[in-house]
Design a protein. Structure first.
Length: 265
Protein backbone atom coordinates (compact mmCIF):
# COMPACT_ATOMS: atom_id res chain seq x y z
CA UNK A 1 0.00 0.00 0.00
CA UNK A 2 3.01 2.30 0.28
CA UNK A 3 5.11 4.03 -2.37
CA UNK A 4 8.42 2.77 -0.87
CA UNK A 5 9.54 -0.36 0.91
CA UNK A 6 12.88 -1.66 2.18
CA UNK A 7 14.21 -4.89 3.62
CA UNK A 8 15.20 -8.38 2.45
CA UNK A 9 13.32 -11.38 1.12
CA UNK A 10 14.22 -14.37 3.27
CA UNK A 11 15.43 -17.28 1.13
CA UNK A 12 15.35 -21.01 1.84
CA UNK A 13 18.96 -21.17 3.09
CA UNK A 14 18.31 -18.44 5.65
CA UNK A 15 15.08 -20.08 6.78
CA UNK A 16 16.86 -23.43 7.09
CA UNK A 17 19.63 -21.87 9.13
CA UNK A 18 17.11 -20.32 11.56
CA UNK A 19 15.34 -23.66 11.87
CA UNK A 20 18.63 -25.48 12.51
CA UNK A 21 19.25 -23.07 15.41
CA UNK A 22 15.85 -23.90 16.90
CA UNK A 23 16.54 -27.60 16.48
CA UNK A 24 20.01 -27.48 18.08
CA UNK A 25 18.46 -25.79 21.12
CA UNK A 26 15.61 -28.33 21.12
CA UNK A 27 12.92 -25.65 20.96
CA UNK A 28 11.35 -27.05 17.80
CA UNK A 29 8.24 -28.28 19.62
CA UNK A 30 5.29 -26.45 18.11
CA UNK A 31 1.52 -26.80 18.15
CA UNK A 32 0.93 -24.54 15.14
CA UNK A 33 2.70 -23.26 12.07
CA UNK A 34 1.20 -20.34 10.13
CA UNK A 35 2.50 -19.14 6.76
CA UNK A 36 1.39 -16.24 4.59
CA UNK A 37 2.90 -14.03 1.91
CA UNK A 38 5.95 -15.58 0.27
CA UNK A 39 7.67 -14.69 -3.00
CA UNK A 40 10.29 -17.40 -3.27
CA UNK A 41 9.61 -20.97 -4.44
CA UNK A 42 12.61 -22.51 -2.67
CA UNK A 43 11.50 -20.84 0.60
CA UNK A 44 8.06 -22.39 0.18
CA UNK A 45 9.56 -25.82 -0.50
CA UNK A 46 11.69 -25.46 2.65
CA UNK A 47 8.52 -24.65 4.63
CA UNK A 48 7.07 -28.00 3.49
CA UNK A 49 10.20 -29.87 4.65
CA UNK A 50 10.12 -28.11 8.02
CA UNK A 51 6.38 -28.71 8.55
CA UNK A 52 6.81 -32.41 7.76
CA UNK A 53 9.69 -32.64 10.22
CA UNK A 54 7.74 -30.76 12.92
CA UNK A 55 4.81 -33.13 12.41
CA UNK A 56 7.15 -36.04 13.14
CA UNK A 57 8.00 -34.29 16.42
CA UNK A 58 4.34 -33.60 17.20
CA UNK A 59 1.70 -35.52 15.26
CA UNK A 60 -0.96 -33.09 16.50
CA UNK A 61 0.74 -30.06 14.95
CA UNK A 62 -1.68 -27.96 12.88
CA UNK A 63 -0.34 -26.18 9.82
CA UNK A 64 -2.39 -23.15 8.79
CA UNK A 65 -1.54 -21.98 5.28
CA UNK A 66 -2.73 -18.71 3.78
CA UNK A 67 -1.83 -19.34 0.11
CA UNK A 68 -1.27 -15.69 -0.77
CA UNK A 69 -1.04 -15.40 -4.55
CA UNK A 70 -3.36 -12.69 -5.80
CA UNK A 71 -6.81 -11.17 -5.73
CA UNK A 72 -9.60 -9.80 -7.86
CA UNK A 73 -10.03 -6.13 -8.65
CA UNK A 74 -13.24 -5.12 -10.42
CA UNK A 75 -13.93 -8.77 -11.21
CA UNK A 76 -10.54 -9.39 -12.83
CA UNK A 77 -8.10 -11.68 -11.02
CA UNK A 78 -4.35 -11.18 -11.09
CA UNK A 79 -1.38 -12.69 -9.31
CA UNK A 80 0.97 -10.49 -7.30
CA UNK A 81 3.55 -13.21 -6.67
CA UNK A 82 5.68 -15.02 -9.29
CA UNK A 83 3.55 -17.53 -11.26
CA UNK A 84 5.87 -20.43 -10.41
CA UNK A 85 4.60 -20.35 -6.81
CA UNK A 86 1.23 -21.78 -7.89
CA UNK A 87 2.41 -25.37 -8.63
CA UNK A 88 4.39 -25.41 -5.36
CA UNK A 89 1.33 -24.37 -3.36
CA UNK A 90 -0.93 -26.78 -5.26
CA UNK A 91 1.30 -29.86 -5.36
CA UNK A 92 3.41 -29.55 -2.20
CA UNK A 93 2.11 -27.03 0.34
CA UNK A 94 -1.67 -27.57 0.34
CA UNK A 95 -1.29 -31.37 0.72
CA UNK A 96 0.54 -30.92 4.07
CA UNK A 97 -1.73 -28.10 5.31
CA UNK A 98 -4.53 -28.74 7.84
CA UNK A 99 -6.27 -25.39 7.43
CA UNK A 100 -6.15 -23.17 4.33
CA UNK A 101 -7.54 -19.66 3.90
CA UNK A 102 -7.54 -18.76 0.18
CA UNK A 103 -9.66 -15.96 -1.22
CA UNK A 104 -11.94 -16.86 -4.13
CA UNK A 105 -9.29 -16.12 -6.77
CA UNK A 106 -6.69 -18.26 -4.97
CA UNK A 107 -9.18 -21.14 -4.54
CA UNK A 108 -9.84 -20.96 -8.30
CA UNK A 109 -6.09 -20.98 -9.05
CA UNK A 110 -5.45 -23.99 -6.80
CA UNK A 111 -8.24 -26.11 -8.31
CA UNK A 112 -8.26 -24.77 -11.86
CA UNK A 113 -12.00 -24.16 -11.54
CA UNK A 114 -13.91 -20.87 -11.75
CA UNK A 115 -16.54 -20.05 -9.14
CA UNK A 116 -19.76 -18.36 -10.26
CA UNK A 117 -22.25 -19.73 -7.72
CA UNK A 118 -22.25 -20.88 -4.11
CA UNK A 119 -22.76 -24.46 -5.31
CA UNK A 120 -19.56 -24.20 -7.39
CA UNK A 121 -17.74 -22.72 -4.40
CA UNK A 122 -18.75 -25.74 -2.28
CA UNK A 123 -17.52 -28.08 -5.04
CA UNK A 124 -14.19 -26.19 -5.15
CA UNK A 125 -13.89 -26.53 -1.35
CA UNK A 126 -14.49 -30.29 -1.73
CA UNK A 127 -11.69 -30.42 -4.31
CA UNK A 128 -9.43 -28.57 -1.85
CA UNK A 129 -10.35 -31.05 0.93
CA UNK A 130 -9.41 -33.88 -1.43
CA UNK A 131 -5.94 -32.30 -1.77
CA UNK A 132 -5.36 -32.62 2.00
CA UNK A 133 -6.71 -29.88 4.31
CA UNK A 134 -9.45 -30.71 6.81
CA UNK A 135 -10.57 -27.09 7.03
CA UNK A 136 -11.02 -24.77 4.07
CA UNK A 137 -12.19 -21.17 4.42
CA UNK A 138 -12.69 -19.00 1.35
CA UNK A 139 -12.08 -15.70 3.10
CA UNK A 140 -13.76 -13.43 0.56
CA UNK A 141 -15.65 -13.87 -2.68
CA UNK A 142 -17.57 -11.86 -5.22
CA UNK A 143 -20.63 -14.10 -4.88
CA UNK A 144 -24.00 -12.41 -4.47
CA UNK A 145 -24.78 -12.21 -0.74
CA UNK A 146 -28.36 -13.05 0.28
CA UNK A 147 -28.29 -9.94 2.51
CA UNK A 148 -27.50 -7.73 -0.51
CA UNK A 149 -24.67 -5.95 -2.31
CA UNK A 150 -23.32 -4.28 0.82
CA UNK A 151 -22.19 -7.64 2.19
CA UNK A 152 -19.18 -9.83 1.49
CA UNK A 153 -19.44 -13.60 1.57
CA UNK A 154 -16.95 -15.96 3.19
CA UNK A 155 -17.47 -19.72 3.08
CA UNK A 156 -16.09 -22.39 5.37
CA UNK A 157 -15.94 -26.16 5.22
CA UNK A 158 -14.67 -28.56 7.87
CA UNK A 159 -14.34 -32.25 7.04
CA UNK A 160 -13.59 -34.76 9.74
CA UNK A 161 -13.24 -38.50 9.69
CA UNK A 162 -15.20 -40.37 12.35
CA UNK A 163 -13.85 -43.42 14.17
CA UNK A 164 -15.63 -45.76 11.73
CA UNK A 165 -13.94 -44.07 8.76
CA UNK A 166 -16.94 -42.12 7.48
CA UNK A 167 -16.41 -38.47 6.66
CA UNK A 168 -18.72 -35.69 7.78
CA UNK A 169 -18.54 -32.16 6.41
CA UNK A 170 -19.80 -29.02 8.13
CA UNK A 171 -20.28 -26.06 5.81
CA UNK A 172 -21.04 -22.48 6.67
CA UNK A 173 -21.58 -19.10 5.05
CA UNK A 174 -20.67 -15.81 6.71
CA UNK A 175 -21.91 -12.48 5.41
CA UNK A 176 -20.12 -9.42 6.74
CA UNK A 177 -20.77 -5.74 5.95
CA UNK A 178 -18.42 -4.29 3.34
CA UNK A 179 -16.17 -1.47 4.54
CA UNK A 180 -15.48 1.15 1.89
CA UNK A 181 -11.68 1.35 1.97
CA UNK A 182 -8.63 -0.59 0.85
CA UNK A 183 -6.88 -2.07 3.88
CA UNK A 184 -3.54 -3.88 3.92
CA UNK A 185 -3.07 -6.95 6.11
CA UNK A 186 -6.68 -8.10 6.44
CA UNK A 187 -5.87 -11.54 5.03
CA UNK A 188 -3.02 -11.96 7.53
CA UNK A 189 -5.31 -10.92 10.38
CA UNK A 190 -8.01 -13.32 9.18
CA UNK A 191 -5.63 -16.31 9.05
CA UNK A 192 -4.20 -15.49 12.50
CA UNK A 193 -7.66 -15.06 14.06
CA UNK A 194 -8.91 -18.27 12.45
CA UNK A 195 -5.90 -20.13 13.88
CA UNK A 196 -6.68 -18.77 17.34
CA UNK A 197 -10.42 -19.47 17.25
CA UNK A 198 -10.16 -22.94 15.69
CA UNK A 199 -7.72 -23.70 18.54
CA UNK A 200 -10.39 -22.62 21.05
CA UNK A 201 -13.24 -24.31 19.11
CA UNK A 202 -11.60 -27.19 17.21
CA UNK A 203 -14.88 -28.90 16.30
CA UNK A 204 -17.06 -25.88 15.73
CA UNK A 205 -16.17 -24.04 12.55
CA UNK A 206 -19.35 -21.95 12.83
CA UNK A 207 -18.31 -20.36 16.15
CA UNK A 208 -14.65 -20.08 15.10
CA UNK A 209 -15.65 -18.19 11.94
CA UNK A 210 -18.18 -16.00 13.74
CA UNK A 211 -15.53 -14.90 16.24
CA UNK A 212 -12.92 -14.44 13.49
CA UNK A 213 -15.15 -12.33 11.25
CA UNK A 214 -16.63 -10.38 14.18
CA UNK A 215 -13.13 -9.52 15.44
CA UNK A 216 -12.23 -8.41 11.89
CA UNK A 217 -15.29 -6.17 11.75
CA UNK A 218 -14.43 -4.55 15.08
CA UNK A 219 -10.87 -3.85 13.87
CA UNK A 220 -11.96 -2.53 10.46
CA UNK A 221 -14.71 -0.30 11.86
CA UNK A 222 -12.33 1.18 14.42
CA UNK A 223 -9.68 1.65 11.72
CA UNK A 224 -11.96 3.42 9.23
CA UNK A 225 -13.41 5.67 11.94
CA UNK A 226 -9.94 6.64 13.11
CA UNK A 227 -8.61 7.06 9.54
CA UNK A 228 -11.48 9.37 8.56
CA UNK A 229 -10.96 11.47 11.68
CA UNK A 230 -7.24 11.82 10.86
CA UNK A 231 -7.83 12.60 7.18
CA UNK A 232 -10.39 15.26 7.98
CA UNK A 233 -13.81 15.97 6.47
CA UNK A 234 -14.00 15.21 2.75
CA UNK A 235 -10.43 13.87 2.42
CA UNK A 236 -9.58 10.31 1.46
CA UNK A 237 -7.50 8.51 4.12
CA UNK A 238 -3.97 7.50 3.02
CA UNK A 239 -2.15 4.19 3.62
CA UNK A 240 -0.61 5.32 6.91
CA UNK A 241 -3.99 6.39 8.27
CA UNK A 242 -5.52 3.06 7.21
CA UNK A 243 -3.04 0.95 9.20
CA UNK A 244 -5.15 -1.63 11.04
CA UNK A 245 -5.84 -0.53 14.62
CA UNK A 246 -4.67 -3.80 16.14
CA UNK A 247 -3.40 -2.60 19.51
CA UNK A 248 -6.43 -0.39 20.06
CA UNK A 249 -8.64 -3.42 19.26
CA UNK A 250 -6.97 -5.75 21.73
CA UNK A 251 -10.12 -6.43 23.75
CA UNK A 252 -12.13 -7.12 20.59
CA UNK A 253 -9.46 -9.54 19.42
CA UNK A 254 -9.30 -11.38 22.77
CA UNK A 255 -13.06 -11.56 23.26
CA UNK A 256 -15.04 -10.30 20.28
CA UNK A 257 -18.68 -9.48 20.69
CA UNK A 258 -20.28 -11.60 17.96
CA UNK A 259 -21.78 -9.11 15.51
CA UNK A 260 -21.66 -11.39 12.46
CA UNK A 261 -23.53 -14.71 12.48
CA UNK A 262 -22.73 -17.70 10.28
CA UNK A 263 -25.35 -19.76 8.46
CA UNK A 264 -24.96 -23.53 8.42
CA UNK A 265 -25.40 -24.78 4.86
Amino acid sequence: GYAHWKGQVLNSDELHELYEGLKLNKVNQYDYVLTGYTRDTSFLEMVVDIVQELKQQNSNLVYVCDPVMGDKWNGEGSMYVPKDLLPVYRDKVVPVADIITPNQFEAELLTGRKIHTEKEALEVMDMLHAMGPETVVITSSDLQAPLGNDYLIALGSHRKTKADGTKITQRIRVESPKVDAVFVGTGDLFAAMLLAWTHKHPNNLKVACEKTVSAMQHVLQRTIKSAKAQAGEGNKPNSAQLELRMVQSRKDIENPEIIVKATVL
